[in-house]
Design a protein around this ligand. Structure first.
Ligand code: FEO
Length: 170
């Protein structure tokens, strides 16, 4: 039987991941409105990945006979003015998500729920990648974003991102 607190934290994380998807869709929406389809593509795929994260946790809870309760998804609350704003907000958001995953990991470890710890190992690694990607985006924008040709090239690079399903299967 899964510990109640661990189960609740995982349940909450479904909502947090779906909010992340909504936040990234809002970033795609911002870049689409600026004519930067490559940046928009990057965040559309990011939004899909967040939905995948939510579904992995949803399925994990069901596979362990836990009740899943779906709550309301909050309105994306960030305001973007410059092309850099979403990139910085995304990096801060990923750092926040890492702290959430770490808190669930710690709670699972405390009650010796090694199955959940092992499940979360994938998320810990994924957060490392997410933070690196969001940090790299800021660096690239700082380096090339103020030059129109540089921005065009960066947008073209981001247009090439393709979606792939998560390596973790439940
Ligand atoms: Fe699901 Fe971007 O962390």
């Amino acid at each position: 039987m899964m510990d109640q607190k661990v189960s609740e934290l995982l349940n909450d994380q479904i909502n947090k991941e779906l909010y992340s998807a909504y936040l990234y869709l809002d970033m795609a929406n911002f870049y689409d409105s600026k004519g930067l389809d490559g940046f928009a593509n990057w965040y559309e795929i990011q939004a899909k990945e967040e939905q995948d994260h939510a579904m992995l946790i949803y399925k994990y809870l069901h596979n362990n006979s836990q009740t899943v309760t779906l709550g309301a998804i909050a309105k994306p609350d960030k305001e973007f003015k410059t092309l850099m704003d979403p990139l910085k907000a995304a990096h801060e958001h990923e750092q926040y998500v890492t702290s959430l995953i770490n808190a669930i990991y710690a709670a699972a470890q405390e009650v010796k729920d090694f199955r959940t710890v092992q499940f979360l190992d994938w998320f810990v690694k994924e957060q490392g990648e997410e933070e690196k990607n969001s940090s790299d985006m800021i660096t690239k924008m700082e380096l090339f974003g103020s030059d129109p040709k540089g921005l065009y090239m960066l947008n073209s690079e981001l247009a090439g991102r393709v979606y792939s399903a998560p390596s973790l299967q439940i």
